[in-house]
Design a protein around this ligand. Structure first.
Ligand code: XMP
Length: 511
């Protein structure tokens, strides 16, 4: 089935992925594409509507990204947001100027004229602004539809040509009726039908995979993470026993985690899942290694070796599954930045496995869509809402050398922290929460005796994408219970501290 789709042209604003996610949440498939697409390419792509995103530039700068006027002659409805709104005015003969003062944050705006965009929105409501330039004269044929006290053209449009500009950010939750405005654009202006649902996705993708994988052998590296779990479950529906999953247990997982992977995927879902018990091998490789980067490299390399050995036992396959998701597709090919940590993931596997083709069943989905597909496929919440967990596992939460004893202490402390967060109902509000075992020991007193034991740090952050993070303001009572339980129940821990650092300057993981 061919979906209706919206094209979101990316002019470099910070909320661009959010715009695309909102459109999808409203039931319409969309792609986020670079802003240099030509009118011809857009016509071939055949969207039912186009959205220009915000961006950091000023349209009056010669070096800023501009567009050809031809795009407006395609007869496709357009919504310009922030920079995109100014771009419409600039391209079609209006005027854009620097405002006397930048507007940033919540503002009240009022509609001065009705349009399909304003249906169901009160005449005055709150929007989220973030701009320095603004439109001071609309192009010929356009009307001013809404204003704020300081922004003379907050919304403008031409209902005949179906072109609209919005100075504020409707995609941000602080814009009270932003979602209604976007829905109006999709359903009243573009006449969308809303055929993008995860139920449809599962049905279509299963069918597509059934054809593609007919009679073929497929291999998947299962980590227990959401993406590989959902990808494997989807492929399992289509390929059944021709799919083999390999789960490398590097011995650096949290308490009960390996057992849960086996119970869900092998026992409940009946997948052909092979577990490679490699904990001893990894511990040997990590003996005497204290430097964070050396640890990460050692684990990454050993992981690939173990996987290579397992895949040799299976023999050549036709397809290798990768859990690539849409943000990875958007990000790949963007500029290089400094390496803060060498990430361990399955990216290195294709070089050691014998296969013909890679299959990426989730490459069109955002993370929240992957989770919804997981639920649709019947995966439990513990898998679907599992918090992000680094490939090198607990090794990056043990400062200094990784030893069996430290692993045991950390697992027990971490388990208590997770249990108490769940008991307080905070699981979904906190991005990641975990324990760290530091390389400090301090003096304590337990009973009437002096102790000299490890310091455990608790780390919990809120975040939307892990690029930045804020330390979570966990209620004191919860922290008190965690601290009391760790001190009482976990051997070799006599002091518990709470990490109150944001990212930046710290990272989320300690190593
Ligand atoms: P940092 O510590 O850099 O972490 O702020 C950002 C996010 O990435 C996760 N993380 C990893 N994920 N392989 C992964 O797949 C890794 O090697 C790795 N290291 C960190 C971290 O848990 C956080 O969500």
């Amino acid at each position: 089935m061919k979906h209706e789709k919206v094209l979101v042209l990316d002019f470099g604003g910070q909320y661009n992925q959010l715009i695309a996610r909102r459109v999808r949440d409203l039931g319409v498939y969309c792609d986020l594409k670079p802003c240099d697409m030509t009118a011809e390419q857009i016509r071939d792509y055949a969207p039912i509507g186009i959205i220009f995103t915000g961006g950091p530039n000023s349209v009056n700068d010669a070096s800023a990204p501009h567009i050809s006027e031809e795009i407006f002659h395609l007869g496709i409805p357009v919504l310009g947001i922030c920079y995109g709104c100014q771009l419409i005015a600039y391209t079609l003969g209006g005027r854009v100027e620097r405002a006397a003062a930048s507007e940033y944050g919540k503002r009240e705006f009022t509609f001065c004229k009705d349009s399909p965009l304003s249906e169901g929105i009160p005449s005055a409501s709150i929007c989220w602004m973030s701009h320095t330039d603004h439109v001071t004269a609309v192009p010929p044929g356009f009307e001013v539809l809404a204003q704020t006290k300081t922004c003379p053209v907050t919304v403008f449009g031409d209902s005949v040509r179906k072109i609209y500009g919005v100075q504020f950010h409707p995609e941000v939750v602080h814009s009270e009726y932003g979602n209604v405005l976007m829905k109006n654009f999709l359903y009243r202006v573009c006449k969308a039908k809303g055929d993008w649902t995860m139920k449809n996705f599962v049905a279509e993708q299963t069918e597509r995979l059934r054809e593609k994988l007919a009679g073929k052998r497929v291999l998947c590296a299962m980590s227990g993470g959401v993406d590989s779990a959902v990808a494997a479950t989807l492929v399992h529906r289509a390929a059944g026993d021709r799919l083999t999953c390999v789960f490398v247990d590097h011995g650096l997982l949290r308490k009960h985690e390996a057992e849960e992977v086996m119970s869900v995927f092998k026992e409940k879902l009946g997948m052909n899942l092979i577990k490679a018990d490699a904990g001893e091998r990894f511990l040997k490789k990590l003996a005497g290694v204290a430097d964070p980067e050396c640890k990460r490299k050692a684990i990454g390399e050993e992981f690939i070796r173990v996987f290579e050995e397992e895949s040799k036992k299976i023999g050549a396959v036709d397809f290798l599954i990768q859990g690539t998701i849409y943000p990875d597709v958007i990000e790949s090919g963007k500029g290089k930045s400094a390496v803060i940590k060498s990430h361990h993931n399955v990216g290195g596997l294709p070089s050691v496995v014998e296969f013909k083709e890679i299959v990426e069943p989730l490459r069109d989905l955002f993370k929240d869509e992957v989770r919804r597909v997981g639920t649709e496929l019947g995966l439990p919440d513990s898998v679907v809402y599992r918090q992000p967990f680094p490939g090198p596992g607990l090794a990056v939460r043990i400062m200094g050398e990784v030893t069996r004893e430290k692993l045991q202490t950390l697992r027990d402390a971490d388990c208590i922290f997770r249990e108490e967060i769940a008991r307080a109902g905070l699981e979904r509000q906190i991005w990641q929460y975990f324990a760290v075992i530091t390389d400090s020991r301090t003096v304590g007193v337990q009973g009437d005796f002096r102790t000299y034991e490890n310091v455990i740090a608790l780390r919990a952050v809120t975040s939307v994408d892990a690029m930045t993070a804020d330390w979570a303001k966990i209620p004191y009572e919860v922290l008190e219970r965690v601290s009391g339980r760790i001190a009482n129940e976990v051997p070799h821990a006599n002091r518990i501290v709470y990490d109150i650092t944001s990212k930046p300057p710290a990272t989320i993981e300690w190593e």
